[in-house]
Ligand binder design. Structure first.
Ligand code: PLP
Length: 464
């Protein structure tokens, strides 16, 4: 098919996620059709090369067309593409479960230990599985009053009804509010936007110069304490709230709030769909916080960004609460649970993540991201540049000294990312927060091109 045919047929027949129809169908907008990929590059049907600045919506870790992941998928395809996991098992799932459990445990044995793996398909279903596991486990342990969940404002855990209920995103979920179950929200731990941060703006990550009494953690602790023995779980994207605008928490927030949840006998449920697999630096963000959850959701990078697969890891005691009478079974699962192709890709991905050369590449990328992004401070509309591991967020403001936002109708972030395509970079903003989240294989030269493309796009849209 020609590029024009693809676009025309797409516009006639398809419906894209998180995409305004008015934009997609606007004749003055030209969608890009991706034909192939190679390392950090996406190649369009027209043969134009773009750097994949958000790792194909935060999924890709080692680049596209990686020979080891491709080979693992092909070898598995020669055996079988899929068989049910309901009452059957297979080697790719067994091998991956062992690898995942090893990967999730920090060097020093920490409790609780994540010992059981439940597979699903994506981030939303991994969260849905965890949520139901927690509720049923309490119900079967004589604590059926524990039905409450607390999570920070702006939390995003996916688009199924349970995951939406745990989230607090008005723009995404407001039409569904009547069918969502109520959950409590606490203030977002966002230093740049915090009403308690008395610091004047500086050209640095707002977390590094904050002046406050850690009110965000105190308020969360209070909400957890007040919910007491009705609390089922404290739910958190540790260290980075992705869809909230890459909100990066002051370090220690996850540890303090999780300790409060433990004190009232509740579960700690971490959503590491985005932050897992080295995105924030260590293997998992919970390792950086030295805090193991009772339940963790992993997806996105699990297969290195190759196939849809997710996992919810939990403790032996939660698993054991489903033992005994068959009525205590976890009646939950999906047709493609533990898909063998996905498991094979994930095993290859984990192998790469633990190889010394890949670990070195990722460390260098994180360091280069810090160095290169500092040049963006020269632009007067850059209000905050924050980085956690291999995630970079640039928050644009109308006035730096007042930290005042642009009016949303101006769609500043969206226009800049659209312009960045002309400079060879594909990435997606969250409102006026620009995001660079490159694959770990991105070379220093490619990374420089990404940062320069963003800089040029900001200057073209906002002046210098
Ligand atoms: C933290 C977090 N949790 C859950 C999800 C939902 O994942 P999925 O889109 O794979 O369902 C996302 C997606 O962006 C996410 O960022």
């Amino acid at each position: 098919m020609t590029n024009e045919e693809i676009i025309q047929i797409d516009r006639q027949n398809l419906w894209h996620p998180f995409t305004p129809n008015s934009l997609w169908l606007d004749p003055s907008f030209t969608p890009i059709s991706i034909a192939s990929g190679e390392g950090a590059w996406l190649i369009s049907t027209e043969g134009r090369r773009y750097l994949d600045g958000n790792s194909s919506i935060w999924t890709n870790l080692h680049g596209h067309k990686h020979p080891k992941i491709n080979q693992a998928i092909c070898l598995q395809l020669d055996q079988i593409a899929h068989s049910s996991f309901l009452g059957l098992t297979h080697e790719p799932a067994v091998r991956l479960a062992e690898q995942l459990i090893r990967y999730a445990q920090p060097a020093l044995e920490k409790t609780p230990e994540l010992r059981r793996v439940f597979f699903s398909d994506d981030g939303s279903t991994a969260m849905e599985s965890g949520l139901k596991m927690i509720l049923q486990s309490f119900a079967q342990n004589g604590q059926s009053q524990r039905t409450q969940f607390v999570s920070p404002d702006g939390a995003y855990h996916g688009d199924t009804v349970g995951a939406m209920s745990l989230s607090h995103s008005d723009s995404f979920h407001r039409h569904f509010q009547p069918v969502l179950f109520p959950t409590k929200k606490v203030m977002t731990p966002s230093c740049y936007r915090c009403p308690f941060n008395r610091a004047k703006p500086e050209n640095a990550d707002a977390r590094s110069y904050r002046k406050c009494n850690f009110e965000c953690a105190t308020f969360a602790e209070e909400a957890i304490h007040q919910t007491g023995d009705r609390l089922a779980a404290w739910v958190l994207e540790p260290r980075v709230q992705g869809a909230a605008g890459m909100v990066m928490h002051p370090h220690g927030y996850a540890a303090r709030t999780s300790a409060a949840a433990r004190k009232v006998g509740a579960r700690v449920f971490f959503d590491e769909v985005l932050t897992g697999f080295g995105r924030t630096g260590p293997r998992l963000a919970c390792h950086a916080e030295d805090t193991m959850p009772d339940v963790i959701a992993l997806a996105k990078g699990l297969t290195g960004g190759y196939l849809p697969l997710a996992a919810t890891l939990t403790t032996e005691d939660i698993f054991q609460s489903f033992s005994g009478d068959p009525s205590r079974t976890f009646f939950h699962g999906h047709s493609y649970t533990a898909n063998p192709l996905g498991c094979a890709a994930a095993s290859a991905n984990l192998g790469l993540l633990e190889s010394p050369s890949e670990i070195m590449k990722q460390k260098e990328l994180i360091q280069n991201l810090t160095t290169l992004s500092s040049s963006l401070w020269t632009h007067p509309n850059v209000g905050d540049i924050r980085q956690e591991g291999a995630i970079l967020a640039i928050e644009l403001v109308a006035d730096r000294s007042a930290r005042s936002a642009f009016s949303p109708e101006k769609r500043v972030g969206a226009k800049i990312c659209q312009t960045a395509r002309e400079f060879g970079l594909i990435t997606r903003p969250i409102g006026d927060v620009l995001v660079l989240l490159p694959p770990y294989c991105t070379t220093p030269d490619e990374l420089e091109k990404m940062v320069n493309a963003l800089h040029q796009a900001i200057t073209q849209e906002l002046g210098s």
